[in-house]
Each structure stands twice: as C-alpha cells, then as structure tokens.
Design a protein around this ligand. Structure first.
Ligand SMILES: Nc1ncnc2c1ncn2[C@@H]1O[C@H](COP(=O)(O)OP(=O)(O)O)[C@@H](O)[C@H]1O
Ligand SMILES: [Mg+2]
Length: 292
C-alpha cells in the first residue's frame, strides 16, 4: 500500500517509527510536514503532493500533527486533510476528530454531552469574568487550549496569583480555560485504544514534586490490572471523539473516574517501555485493515 505520514516541522520519534514500521511491513511511504502538502481541486478530481511528490494515489495518511502556523495556515491544513478523506484516502486520525481532540475545550464538551464524566471546566476571553469564576471554583488549573505533555498548565490555590497569570495570558491573546482541580490518589491512567480495543492500560504515577503525571514531566508508567469501569470509559471516550487510535487520560476522582483528555496523536515510548507492546505496528496494521 501507499502510505503518507504527516507531522509538524520535523518527525518526532513516534512519526519516524510509524514510517520505519510501514516500510518494514512492505509498504511504500512518503512523509513530510503537513504544511508541505499541496492540493488541487478540479472537476476532473483532486490531487495531492507532499513537497513535489504526488500522493493522490495514497491509500492511508497517518496524521500526527498539523504543525505550527497562523490561524489561516492551520485552517487550510484542517481542510486539506478533510479534502484527502473526501478524495478517498483513509486519514488516521480523521481530520475533524483530530482537531477536536487537539482542542481541550472541544474535547470536554463533546465528552460531556455524550455522557462521559469530565472535570468542570470554565472558558472565557474575559479576564474579569475568569477571575470572578476562579474565586468560586476553589483550587483550579489553567490549561492551554492546545497544550500537551503537561506543558504550560498551571495550578492555583491563590486567586490573585491566578489573576496575574490570566492577565498575562489575556495580553498574549490566549483564551482562558480553567478547570477544577480533581483530588486524586497520586496517579492517573492512560488507556491506549486502537480500533475500538484497549491495547494498553497503565497507571501514571506522579513525580515527587509535581501534580502532572505526564512522562515528559517525570511521571512513571506502570502496567497493573485495572477495573473494567476504567477500561470501558477509555473505550467510550475514544468512540465519542471518533478517533481510530488514541491515548485517553483518566483520573480517579472522589466521585468516580473522569476523562481529562483524549490524545489524537499519543506518544507510545513510555507505554511501550511499561508494557513491551509494539504500538506502531498495531497502528499501521489497523490502518491497513481499514482499507483492504
Ligand atoms: N483537573 C485536573 N485535576 C488534577 N490533575 C490534573 C487535572 N488536569 C490535568 N491534571 C494532571 O495534569 C496532567 C496533564 O493534563 P492533561 O489534561 O492530560 O494535559 P496534557 O495535554 O498537557 O497532557 C494530567 O495527566 C494529570 O496528571
Ligand atoms: Mg495528557
């Protein structure tokens, strides 16, 4: 098969592994930054190129990142991937679900309206209203709307510290996404889902001096047996966001498990170390099974 792998400006180790795995499994692979893809719309049909290489006849496109850029550039890239889908290329993960999962706000309301429990989350572009709400919410976390790896999220017990941070963020035109801090047992859960099946589930233990369990923040992944309730919640979250494969973050709160986020391009280095499974192979094989 002909497989395209798209990433941000440079391939991450996961993207590189997807490329290598697809080649090892006998496929033809073209890879590059999403921003390097050109497209053609005409009454004779659609065409696509990665750089100068034509990929109109690709079977699958693994989308790992839209890459950075202006609002206009990202708008074109979101449409580009949908255009590829309409033209018959299987895009994994699908363009709009991918966009939704990148956006922490959209993920939370989509989960919630579909009956998946989430932590209460307030969003605003008003500094005054965000401050007012923070005084009522207790301990809160500010999250960058497009954040990942725990970067940029801040926890506040003091509302005036929060105010000062919000003021700076507001000046930088960042929307204020503020979430209730959920008391937890010092760990959260990553459920890795491929094609409607749980293929890995691990606890992520908090590092000593942090409230973030991300591997990038020093969190430690350990494979231990897990309740069916948590595994089913992971499956349900992946299904609701309509992702072919995903990494679902779940926290065991005082009122039961809640879903923090659903990653549309989850890394698997940490979970592979913890479980010994070949996630790149599972993802490529799943993609191939969808177009055969
Ligand atoms: N509402 C919350 N209450 C308690 N801890 C949280 C909350 N939200 C996030 N965390 C912690 O921060 C980590 C990163 O948050 P997450 O929403 O998964 O964003 P990221 O995309 O940066 O991974 C989580 O894995 C968890 O350990
Ligand atoms: Mg996370």
């Amino acid at each position: 098969m002909k497989i395209v792998v798209l990433y941000g400006s440079k391939p991450s180790s996961n993207s590189r592994e997807l490329v290598d795995t697809a080649v090892r499994l006998g496929h033809t692979v073209v890879d590059g930054p999403t921003g390097d893809v050109s497209s053609w719309v005409s009454n004779e049909g659609s065409r696509f190129w990665v750089g100068r290489e034509e990929v109109t006849d690709a079977d699958i496109c693994f989308l790992r990142s839209y890459g950075g850029g202006s609002c206009e550039q990202i708008t074109r890239r979101i449409s580009l991937l949908e255009h590829m889908e309409f033209a018959g290329i299987k895009v994994i993960n699908s363009s709009y679900p991918f966009r939704r999962a990148r956006d922490k706000y959209a993920t939370q309301y989509t989960l919630q309206v579909n009956g998946v429990p989430v932590p209460s989350t307030y969003t605003s572009e008003s500094l005054a209203r965000a401050y007012e709400m923070t005084t009522k919410m207790g301990e809160v976390i500010y999250k960058p709307i497009l954040g990942s790896m725990g970067r940029g999220a801040m926890k506040f017990q003091d509302t005036d510290l929060a105010y000062n941070a919000y003021r700076t963020l507001d000046r930088l035109h960042h929307p204020l996404v503020i979430q209730k801090y959920v008391q937890n047992p010092g760990r959260d859960i990553r459920v890795f889902v491929v094609g409607g099946e749980v293929v890995g589930a691990v606890y992520k233990y908090l590092p000593e001096h942090s409230w973030k369990s991300n591997v990038a923040q020093g969190g430690r992944m350990v494979e231990e047996s897990m309740s069916d309730e948590v595994l089913e919640l992971g499956l349900r979250a992946a299904e609701v966001i309509e992702l072919d494969y995903s990494g679902v973050d779940i926290l065991e709160g005082p009122e039961g498990p809640v879903v923090l986020e659903v990653n549309a391009s989850p890394g698997w280095q940490g979970i592979r170390r913890a479980t010994g499974r070949d996630y790149a192979k599972m993802i490529v094989e799943y993609g191939v099974s969808q177009v055969e």
